[in-house]
Design a protein around this ligand. Structure first.
Ligand code: ATP
Ligand code: MG
Length: 296
């Protein structure tokens, strides 16, 4: 079909004898926003990286915009010019201004003139709300502003697909909302997006589809609101419950005695479980609100 942007068939990936992706099939159509959720280590980043061949799949095939990128003969650089990628770390050049960061690849890779590249850059800075920071250096910006610069830089290459890998998880809570708002605008403007995220409210409200991964397989793939609020599998239910109610006592986990329950609750209060506190709550209005998915 001509409107297929990403097609993944039977994708496997192993690192040595560690079998990480165990047969993934996934299709993303033009203008679709697909959010990928799942426990740490389930293979979300690896899947995203296999889409533009930052990781070489062990088996299976991947097509991007109709071109098979798993074909050894393919011109990967050409295909990748159509794909923007935004990571948890912003990866801006520290010695270049914001404008310099945004124009570099446009000139070097797309062959645009400096004037044209600057015009495109300024347009995209405007879109992410940073028109007045073109001459700043990355170190002079907040993490949220740097991430918006990274998004503007990706957009300046006129991508047909944007890949996001937890773009807000390195940010202070109060900076998350602005970045998610930019991503929401991008989705509204019709960008095709694949977003690995722990922001469940974003996934539910902005995603067209949510893909839940666990242990290297796609366990659920369905309409965003349905997967988030009414998951069909026990694995997804358990994951979502943990993410949405991280402080709730889990009987199975804690055993039955009041003493062990209290001890575990106290351990949890100290962050003893070691997983990131998810921010399923607000985006757009600061993002620092407590986790209450239903309160939007
Ligand atoms: N380059 C690598 N070499 C070896 N093992 C790797 C490599 N990249 C990932 N892995 C392993 O593959 C598994 C899946 O990792 P991946 O980063 O895809 O998980 P994830 O779902 O993105 O997790 P998180 O939510 O913590 O980001 C993990 O066990 C990880 O240790
Ligand atoms: Mg990851």
């Amino acid at each position: 079909m001509s409107d297929v942007v990403v097609q993944i068939e039977g994708l496997h990936k192993s690192f040595g004898d560690h079998h990480v992706l165990k047969g993934i099939d996934l299709t993303i159509h033009e203008r679709e926003v697909v959010c990928v959720i799942g426990p740490s280590g389930s293979g979300k980043s690896t899947l995203l990286r296999c889409v533009n061949m930052l990781e070489q799949p062990s088996a299976g095939r991947v097509w991007l915009l109709g071109t098979e990128v798993t074909d050894p003969e393919v011109d990967l650089d050409e295909v990748r010019t159509h794909v923007g990628m935004v990571f948890q770390q912003f990866n801006l050049f520290p010695h270049k201004t914001v404008l310099g960061n945004l124009t570099l690849a446009q000139v070097k890779v797309l062959g645009r003139s400096r004037a044209e590249a600057e015009a495109v850059a300024r347009r995209n800075l405007e879109q992410v709300g940073l028109a007045d920071r073109a001459d700043a250096y990355p170190a002079q910006l907040s993490g949220g502003q740097q991430q918006r610069v990274a998004i503007a830089r990706a957009l300046s290459m006129d991508p047909k697909l944007m890949l996001f890998d937890e773009p807000t998880s390195a940010l202070d809570p109060e900076l998350v909302g602005d970045v998610l708002a930019v991503m929401r605008d991008l989705a509204k403007a019709g960008m095709t997006m694949m977003v690995v995220t722990h922001e469940m409210a974003f996934a539910r409200d902005v995603g067209d589809r949510v893909v839940f991964m666990d242990d290297g397989v796609v366990v659920e793939d369905g309409p965003a609101a349905q997967v988030i609020t009414d998951p069909q599998t026990e694995r997804a239910r358990v994951f979502l419950h943990r993410v949405l109610h991280p402080t709730e006592v889990d009987d199975a986990e804690l055993g039955q005695t009041d003493a062990s329950r209290a001890a575990a609750a106290s351990e949890r209060g100290r962050g003893g479980h070691g997983h990131r506190p998810p921010r399923a709550g607000g985006y757009g209005a600061g993002g620092a609100s407590p986790i209450k998915l239903t309160d939007h």
